[in-house]
Design a binder for this molecule. Structure first.
Ligand SMILES: [Cu+2]
Length: 223
């Protein structure tokens, strides 16, 4: 084979490999979205909708066969925990969120995000106590909807706590309970995300589950 032919073969092979990788990226990652979960309707005597969430240090093989060790949010639907980060809530109403925090602290790089903002009363209730901020070092995750101005920092389970959860579902393990409410306005699709660099084992804690829909970020569909 001439040198030219060898070079030609190498270039064609490289183009094919890059093309295959782009195809894989589009087919497997860029077009995969978590399924949508509707918030349950609250009892008739209270206004708004309920959203029950939990955070877990590892999604586990049942909820994430491909990435069992990824940190994740789960949502309660019909009495079951489901791994989805796409939530549907009603427009012009109050969403009551109950969040069970099963993960430990990673700490916030930006302490500003340790303040509660945009919730009803400007507070969150942590284990029964209303607070308007937490210690930034204690943050395990945040629930933030930037476009709605909602910032809720979530303190982690203390390191020394007994009965820590290994992977989801974490029922019965050590946890913090956080509740808060926020108002929705008009219809729209709003991104929400965690701002704690909680992706263990990734560069600066920001890869993998922090940048893949369905783990530490998703959408709130206000309908
Ligand atoms: Cu997180």
């Amino acid at each position: 084979m001439s040198l030219f032919a060898k070079k030609l073969v190498a270039v064609i092979a490289a183009v094919l490999v890059v093309g295959a990788l782009i195809t894989l990226y589009i087919a497997d990652w860029a077009t995969s979205f978590p399924k949508e979960i509707a918030a349950s309707t609250a009892p008739a005597n209270s206004e708004g909708a309920n959203l029950t969430l939990e955070t877990v240090a590892s999604a586990g093989p049942k909820y994430s066969p491909r990435h069992p060790d990824w940190v994740s949010y789960l949502v309660r639907r019909g009495g079951q925990w489901v791994r989805s980060t796409d939530y549907t809530v009603p427009a012009n109403s109050v969403v009551h969120v109950t969040l069970y925090q099963f993960d430990g602290a990673s700490g916030l790089r930006n302490p500003f995000l340790a303040q509660v903002q945009g919730t009803v009363g400007g507070t969150e209730v942590v284990d029964g106590k209303a607070v308007n901020s937490i210690d930034p070092e204690e943050a395990s995750h945040t629930f933030v909807v930037p476009e709605l101005g909602v910032f809720v920092p979530l303190p982690g389970v203390p390191e020394e706590a007994k009965n820590q959860c290994e992977f989801a579902p974490c029922e019965g393990s050590a946890h913090r309970t956080i509740t808060f409410s926020f108002h929705t306005g008009g219809k729209g699709r709003f991104r929400w995300q965690c701002f704690v660099p909680c992706a263990a084992g990734w560069f600066l804690g920001n890869g993998g589950p922090m940048q893949t829909l369905g783990y530490m970020d998703g959408f709130i569909d206000v309908v």
